[in-house]
Design a protein around this ligand. Structure first.
Ligand code: F6P
Length: 325
C-alpha cells in the first residue's frame, strides 16, 4: 500500500450546511498526519480544468460556522463522459494528487465510483447533502440544519395560517426522497404528509381532510417535491376543487433550505467523518463513503451508498395520523 502524500479535496452537487466544517476537518487532519491537501474548485468541473490550489491550516480558519462551501460546487456533465474523466485524471497527476476526498451526495458518488474503478487513485466520500438520501449513514451533513430551517419557516407559516383560518401546502426539497418532509411534518404538527415513498398518496390526504376535525383553524400539509401526485400548485388545485370551503395557500420553501449556519449536529458529524476520511485513506480504504451508523463510523462502498433504498419508518406516518386529530 503506497503512502498517500497529497489529497485532492472537493465538494460537488448541491451544497449543504456543514460542508465547510467537513473541508476544515479533512485539511487539518491531513496536516496532522503530514499529508498535503490540494483544494479543487467547483467539483468535477474544476478537476477537469485543473482549477486547484494548495490548502494549509489557515485556508480553513473561521469557516466551521459558515454555510455553503468555500470550494464552490457544480454539477458536471463533462465528467459523465470517459473523455472528461481522462482530462480530470491528467490534471490530478499534473498536480501530484494521489488520493481524493469527495464531499457530496448521490451524483458525486456515482461519479466517484466510476472514476475510482477506471483509474488507480483511492477515493473516499463524505455524505454532504440536505436530502439524507444515502445508505450507509443515519444522517447526511446538512440534513439537520435543513430540517431546522424548514420547521422555523413552517412555524411562521402556522402563525399566519392560524390568523386567517387557512390551509397551507408547504413544499420542501429532497429530490426523490421524502425524509425532509417526513421529519419536519412531524415536528411542525402537520395534518398530513405527502412523500414519494408512501403508497397511499393524495387519496390519503383527502381522507385525512375529510375525517379530520372541521373546527381546526389552521392546517398544514407537508409535501415532498417530485412526488407522483404533482407539485404544490397541482395539489392545491385539486384540494380547492374537492374542498372549496378551505382557504388554501401554497408555500414552496426552495433554496432557503440549503443555506445558513450549520447546526451543532451537522458540524460534529462533519468533523467526525472528516477526520475518519483521512484516516481511512491512510489505512487503505478505497471507493467508500464514510458515514455514521448508530453513532459509530461506518464504511459503505459507493455502489451501496447510492442505492436509493433509504427506508421510511412507517411508524412516522402513523405518528402524524395519531397526533393530528
Ligand atoms: O440534492 C439537493 C437538492 O437541494 C435537492 O433537494 C433538490 O431537488 C436539488 O438539490 C435542487 O438542485 P438545484 O439547486 O440544482 O436546482
Amino acid at each position: 500500500m503506497a503512502q498517500i502524500k497529497n489529497i485532492g479535496l472537493f465538494t460537488s452537487g448541491g451544497d449543504s450546511p456543514g460542508m465547510n466544517a467537513a473541508i476544515r476537518a479533512v485539511v487539518r487532519t491531513a496536516i496532522y498526519y503530514n499529508i498535503e491537501v490540494t483544494g479543487i474548485r467547483r467539483g468535477y468541473e474544476g478537476m477537469i480544468k485543473g482549477d486547484m490550489f494548495p490548502m494549509d491550516r489557515k485556508s480553513v480558519s473561521n469557516i466551521i460556522q459558515r454555510g455553503g462551501t468555500i470550494l464552490k460546487t457544480a454539477r458536471s456533465e463533462q465528467f459523465k463522459t470517459p473523455e472528461g474523466r481522462k482530462l480530470a485524471y491528467e490534471q490530478l497527476k499534473k498536480n501530484n494528487v494521489d488520493a481524493l476526498v469527495a464531499i457530496g451526495g448521490d451524483g458525486t458518488f456515482t461519479g466517484a465510483k466510476i472514476f475510482g474503478h477506471e483509474y488507480d487513485i483511492p477515493v473516499v466520500g463524505l455524505p454532504g447533502t440536505i436530502d439524507n438520501d444515502l445508505c450507509g449513514t443515519d444522517f447526511t451533513i446538512g440534513y439537520d440544519t435543513a430540517i431546522n430551517t424548514v420547521i422555523d419557516a413552517v412555524d411562521k407559516i402556522r402563525d399566519t395560517a392560524e390568523s386567517h383560518d387557512r390551509l397551507f401546502i408547504v413544499e420542501v426539497m429532497g429530490r426523490d426522497c421524502g425524509l425532509i418532509a417526513l421529519r419536519t411534518g412531524i415536528a411542525a404538527g402537520a395534518e398530513a404528509i405527502l412523500i414519494p415513498e408512501s403508497k397511499t398518496g393524495l387519496q390519503a390526504v383527502f381522507e385525512r381532510l375529510e375525517s379530520g376535525r372541521k373546527d381546526k383553524s389552521s392546517k398544514i400539509i407537508m409535501l415532498a417535491e417530485s412526488g407522483e401526485a404533482g407539485d404544490a400548485f397541482e395539489i392545491g388545485r385539486q384540494i380547492k376543487e374537492r374542498f372549496p370551503n378551505y382557504d388554501t395557500r401554497i408555500s414552496v420553501l426552495g433554496h432557503i433550505q440549503r443555506g445558513g449556519r450549520p447546526s451543532c449536529m451537522d458540524r460534529v458529524l462533519a468533523c467526525r467523518v472528516g477526520v475518519a476520511a483521512v484516516e481511512a485513506l491512510r489505512n487503505g480504504h478505497h471507493n467508500e463513503m464514510i458515514g455514521l451508523i448508530h453513532n459509530e463510523i461506518a464504511y459503505t462502498p459507493f455502489e451501496h451508498a447510492t442505492k436509493h433504498n433509504t427506508d421510511i419508518n412507517p411508524n412516522f406516518l402513523k405518528i402524524v395520523e395519531i397526533l393530528s386529530i
